[in-house]
Design a protein around this ligand. Structure first.
Ligand SMILES: [Zn+2]
Length: 208
């Protein structure tokens, strides 16, 4: 099959390269991870955008980051209603089962989800993307309220802050934060410059 699909063949070639070059070095690490289980040092909630790979940004090895990726790095509010909540399910696993000590919401520049939130959704993204992005309606309103020079960046930053606020609507997140067992952080990766900025106590993002 692969020979008829150059794109897939390139991916399988990449796998073979991984087996030859990377696996021998990583084998010991994977043996330990398989034996002792995972104890990630952080949960990162990032955008699905192919240009924002948290493991690359933080130069993290396998086992170090538990990663949730979705459209526009959004955390929905706590809604235990029996529906299909993929992001909340992964969040629950990371916090209550793995007991991660910190959560980082990682936004990014040129986010397509945020762009659509500001400028309208394409007709081909109405079934799920548009309703999903409703989570960020208040972030959009906050960003536009201060009449920003750069609405896109303002809204990207507001989505990170919104996700941080929504995190503490989950009672088992709030409880751990209050007890000092869990810390929450915001960041944003600029894909144009490769610069990571972290949200400071002053409410602004600063280069890390
Ligand atoms: Zn994005």
């Amino acid at each position: 099959m692969a020979q008829h699909d150059p794109g897939l063949a390139a991916l399988v070639d990449g796998y073979h390269q991984f087996r030859e070059d990377i696996w021998p070095e990583r084998r010991k690490l994977f043996e330990v991870l398989a034996r002792d289980g995972q104890h990630p040092r952080a949960l990162v909630i990032a955008c699905s955008d192919s240009r924002v790979d948290p493991a690359m940004v933080f130069n993290a090895k396998p086992g170090e980051l538990f990663i949730i990726r979705n459209v526009a790095n959004l955390v929905p509010p706590y809604e235990p209603d029996g529906e299909y909540h993929g992001t909340s399910a992964a969040l629950e696993f990371a916090v209550r089962v793995l007991e991660v000590p910190r959560i980082i919401i990682l936004g990014h520049a040129m986010c397509g989800g945020v762009h659509a939130l500001l400028n309208g959704f394409p007709s081909t993204a109405q079934d799920f993307v548009a309703p999903w992005m409703r989570i960020a309606n208040s972030a959009r309103a906050r960003a536009l309220a201060c009449d920003p020079v750069d609405a896109q960046t303002a809204c990207e930053e507001e989505t990170v802050k919104l996700s941080l606020r929504n995190l503490v609507t989950f009672p088992w997140v709030a409880e751990r934060v209050a007890e000092g067992r869990l810390s929450l952080h915001g960041g944003s990766f600029d894909i144009r410059t490769g610069v990571l900025s972290m949200l400071g106590d002053d409410g602004n993002f600063h280069p890390a």
